[in-house]
Design a protein around this ligand. Structure first.
Ligand code: ADP
Length: 190
Protein backbone atom coordinates (compact mmCIF):
# COMPACT_ATOMS: atom_id res chain seq x y z
CA UNK A 1 0.00 0.00 0.00
CA UNK A 2 1.08 3.54 -0.71
CA UNK A 3 0.44 6.26 1.83
CA UNK A 4 0.49 9.81 0.48
CA UNK A 5 -0.18 12.92 2.54
CA UNK A 6 -1.36 16.04 0.75
CA UNK A 7 -0.19 18.84 2.96
CA UNK A 8 -0.51 22.62 3.18
CA UNK A 9 -2.35 25.51 4.81
CA UNK A 10 -6.14 25.81 4.70
CA UNK A 11 -7.17 26.94 1.23
CA UNK A 12 -4.01 25.60 -0.44
CA UNK A 13 -6.11 23.38 -2.70
CA UNK A 14 -5.69 20.03 -0.95
CA UNK A 15 -9.27 18.85 -1.40
CA UNK A 16 -9.52 20.16 -4.97
CA UNK A 17 -6.39 18.31 -6.02
CA UNK A 18 -6.89 15.20 -3.92
CA UNK A 19 -10.14 13.92 -5.47
CA UNK A 20 -8.96 13.57 -9.12
CA UNK A 21 -5.47 12.46 -8.02
CA UNK A 22 -6.93 9.66 -5.93
CA UNK A 23 -8.92 8.48 -8.92
CA UNK A 24 -5.89 8.59 -11.23
CA UNK A 25 -3.69 6.58 -8.93
CA UNK A 26 -6.36 4.25 -7.46
CA UNK A 27 -6.00 5.69 -3.97
CA UNK A 28 -8.70 6.13 -1.35
CA UNK A 29 -8.99 9.85 -0.60
CA UNK A 30 -9.59 10.47 3.09
CA UNK A 31 -10.35 14.04 4.11
CA UNK A 32 -10.74 14.46 7.86
CA UNK A 33 -12.44 17.83 7.22
CA UNK A 34 -15.06 16.15 5.01
CA UNK A 35 -15.57 13.33 7.49
CA UNK A 36 -16.07 15.88 10.26
CA UNK A 37 -18.52 17.90 8.15
CA UNK A 38 -20.48 14.68 7.52
CA UNK A 39 -20.68 14.12 11.29
CA UNK A 40 -21.89 17.70 11.73
CA UNK A 41 -24.54 17.23 9.04
CA UNK A 42 -25.73 14.07 10.77
CA UNK A 43 -25.89 15.86 14.10
CA UNK A 44 -23.94 13.10 15.86
CA UNK A 45 -22.42 13.71 19.32
CA UNK A 46 -19.00 13.87 17.68
CA UNK A 47 -20.35 16.34 15.12
CA UNK A 48 -21.75 18.63 17.77
CA UNK A 49 -18.41 18.66 19.61
CA UNK A 50 -16.47 19.20 16.37
CA UNK A 51 -18.73 22.00 15.11
CA UNK A 52 -18.01 24.25 18.08
CA UNK A 53 -14.25 23.89 17.59
CA UNK A 54 -14.23 24.13 13.78
CA UNK A 55 -16.31 27.30 13.82
CA UNK A 56 -13.70 28.93 16.06
CA UNK A 57 -10.87 27.91 13.74
CA UNK A 58 -9.49 25.40 16.24
CA UNK A 59 -8.56 21.77 15.75
CA UNK A 60 -10.69 18.90 17.00
CA UNK A 61 -9.01 16.55 19.51
CA UNK A 62 -6.29 14.28 18.10
CA UNK A 63 -8.05 11.06 19.23
CA UNK A 64 -11.15 11.95 17.22
CA UNK A 65 -9.38 12.23 13.87
CA UNK A 66 -6.99 9.37 14.68
CA UNK A 67 -10.01 7.11 15.17
CA UNK A 68 -11.42 8.20 11.82
CA UNK A 69 -8.17 7.36 10.04
CA UNK A 70 -7.81 3.99 11.76
CA UNK A 71 -11.36 3.05 10.73
CA UNK A 72 -10.75 4.12 7.13
CA UNK A 73 -7.53 2.07 6.95
CA UNK A 74 -9.46 -0.98 8.11
CA UNK A 75 -12.35 -0.42 5.74
CA UNK A 76 -10.78 0.13 2.31
CA UNK A 77 -8.61 -2.75 1.14
CA UNK A 78 -9.29 -2.82 -2.58
CA UNK A 79 -7.08 0.19 -3.40
CA UNK A 80 -3.39 0.78 -4.15
CA UNK A 81 -3.12 3.12 -1.21
CA UNK A 82 -4.44 6.15 0.62
CA UNK A 83 -4.28 9.87 0.03
CA UNK A 84 -4.62 11.65 3.35
CA UNK A 85 -5.98 15.20 3.19
CA UNK A 86 -6.09 17.29 6.36
CA UNK A 87 -4.36 14.61 8.44
CA UNK A 88 -1.99 14.67 10.23
CA UNK A 89 -2.31 18.23 11.50
CA UNK A 90 -0.32 17.95 14.74
CA UNK A 91 2.91 16.22 15.75
CA UNK A 92 0.90 13.89 17.98
CA UNK A 93 -1.22 12.85 14.99
CA UNK A 94 1.91 12.36 12.87
CA UNK A 95 3.46 10.10 15.51
CA UNK A 96 0.23 8.15 15.90
CA UNK A 97 0.08 7.71 12.11
CA UNK A 98 3.65 6.36 12.17
CA UNK A 99 2.60 3.81 14.78
CA UNK A 100 -0.46 2.76 12.79
CA UNK A 101 1.71 2.27 9.70
CA UNK A 102 4.50 0.47 11.57
CA UNK A 103 1.93 -1.95 12.93
CA UNK A 104 1.10 -2.78 9.32
CA UNK A 105 4.78 -2.94 8.30
CA UNK A 106 4.26 0.09 6.11
CA UNK A 107 5.44 3.71 5.98
CA UNK A 108 4.70 7.08 4.43
CA UNK A 109 5.35 7.05 0.68
CA UNK A 110 5.46 10.83 0.25
CA UNK A 111 4.27 14.09 1.72
CA UNK A 112 3.15 16.42 -1.07
CA UNK A 113 3.31 19.94 0.31
CA UNK A 114 1.30 22.60 -1.55
CA UNK A 115 3.20 25.89 -1.32
CA UNK A 116 1.16 29.09 -1.21
CA UNK A 117 1.50 32.43 0.62
CA UNK A 118 -0.95 33.35 3.40
CA UNK A 119 -2.33 36.28 1.39
CA UNK A 120 -3.39 33.99 -1.46
CA UNK A 121 -4.87 31.56 1.04
CA UNK A 122 -7.11 34.33 2.34
CA UNK A 123 -8.29 35.24 -1.18
CA UNK A 124 -9.05 31.62 -2.03
CA UNK A 125 -10.99 31.02 1.16
CA UNK A 126 -13.00 34.22 0.63
CA UNK A 127 -13.86 32.96 -2.86
CA UNK A 128 -14.79 29.49 -1.55
CA UNK A 129 -17.04 31.09 1.08
CA UNK A 130 -19.20 32.37 -1.78
CA UNK A 131 -19.49 28.91 -3.35
CA UNK A 132 -19.73 26.54 -0.39
CA UNK A 133 -21.68 26.97 2.77
CA UNK A 134 -18.82 26.56 5.25
CA UNK A 135 -19.17 28.65 8.40
CA UNK A 136 -15.41 28.39 9.02
CA UNK A 137 -14.77 30.15 5.68
CA UNK A 138 -17.23 32.99 6.15
CA UNK A 139 -15.56 35.03 8.90
CA UNK A 140 -12.21 36.81 8.54
CA UNK A 141 -11.43 36.30 12.23
CA UNK A 142 -11.98 32.54 11.96
CA UNK A 143 -9.88 32.33 8.79
CA UNK A 144 -7.05 34.26 10.53
CA UNK A 145 -7.30 31.84 13.41
CA UNK A 146 -7.12 28.80 11.11
CA UNK A 147 -4.02 30.21 9.44
CA UNK A 148 -2.46 30.89 12.84
CA UNK A 149 -3.41 27.37 13.97
CA UNK A 150 -1.72 26.02 10.84
CA UNK A 151 1.54 27.89 11.52
CA UNK A 152 1.57 26.95 15.20
CA UNK A 153 0.41 23.33 15.16
CA UNK A 154 0.76 21.95 11.64
CA UNK A 155 3.81 23.61 10.08
CA UNK A 156 6.23 21.85 12.48
CA UNK A 157 5.36 18.64 10.61
CA UNK A 158 7.47 19.90 7.69
CA UNK A 159 10.68 19.33 9.69
CA UNK A 160 9.35 16.01 10.98
CA UNK A 161 8.81 14.69 7.44
CA UNK A 162 11.97 16.30 6.04
CA UNK A 163 13.96 14.30 8.56
CA UNK A 164 12.29 11.14 7.32
CA UNK A 165 13.22 12.05 3.73
CA UNK A 166 9.65 11.88 2.44
CA UNK A 167 8.85 15.61 2.17
CA UNK A 168 8.29 17.19 -1.29
CA UNK A 169 7.13 20.70 -2.19
CA UNK A 170 4.89 21.61 -5.11
CA UNK A 171 4.04 25.12 -6.28
CA UNK A 172 0.31 25.62 -5.69
CA UNK A 173 -0.02 29.12 -7.15
CA UNK A 174 -1.05 28.25 -10.71
CA UNK A 175 -4.38 27.13 -12.12
CA UNK A 176 -6.00 23.92 -10.85
CA UNK A 177 -4.71 22.09 -13.95
CA UNK A 178 -1.19 23.48 -13.57
CA UNK A 179 -0.98 22.45 -9.93
CA UNK A 180 -2.41 19.01 -10.80
CA UNK A 181 0.31 18.60 -13.45
CA UNK A 182 3.00 19.62 -10.92
CA UNK A 183 1.73 17.00 -8.48
CA UNK A 184 1.50 14.26 -11.08
CA UNK A 185 5.03 14.87 -12.30
CA UNK A 186 6.24 14.66 -8.71
CA UNK A 187 4.32 11.43 -8.04
CA UNK A 188 5.50 9.86 -11.27
CA UNK A 189 9.11 10.69 -10.40
CA UNK A 190 9.01 8.99 -7.00
P1 ADP B 1 -9.02 23.42 5.42
O1 ADP B 1 -7.91 22.61 4.85
O2 ADP B 1 -9.59 24.39 4.46
O3 ADP B 1 -8.66 24.03 6.73
P2 ADP B 1 -10.49 21.04 6.23
O4 ADP B 1 -11.75 20.64 5.55
O5 ADP B 1 -9.28 20.17 6.02
O6 ADP B 1 -10.25 22.51 5.75
O7 ADP B 1 -10.72 21.14 7.81
C1 ADP B 1 -11.74 21.92 8.37
C2 ADP B 1 -11.60 21.94 9.89
O8 ADP B 1 -11.77 20.60 10.43
C3 ADP B 1 -10.23 22.37 10.42
O9 ADP B 1 -10.10 23.79 10.50
C4 ADP B 1 -10.21 21.70 11.81
O10 ADP B 1 -10.98 22.42 12.75
C5 ADP B 1 -10.94 20.38 11.56
N1 ADP B 1 -9.97 19.31 11.24
C6 ADP B 1 -9.80 18.72 10.02
N2 ADP B 1 -8.81 17.80 10.07
C7 ADP B 1 -8.33 17.83 11.34
C8 ADP B 1 -7.28 17.15 12.02
N3 ADP B 1 -6.49 16.26 11.40
N4 ADP B 1 -7.08 17.41 13.34
C9 ADP B 1 -7.84 18.29 13.97
N5 ADP B 1 -8.82 19.00 13.40
C10 ADP B 1 -9.08 18.78 12.09
Amino acid sequence: MKYYIIFGPPGAGKGTQAAPLAQNYNLKHISTGELLRAEIAEGSALGIQAKALIEKGQLVPDEVVEGMIARAFGKYRDVDGFLLDGFPRTLTQAMELDEMLEARDEGITAVISLMIPDEVVKERIAHRALLENRKDDASDAVVENRIATYHRQTEPLIEFYKEKGVYHEVDSLGSIEEVAANIRSLMDSL
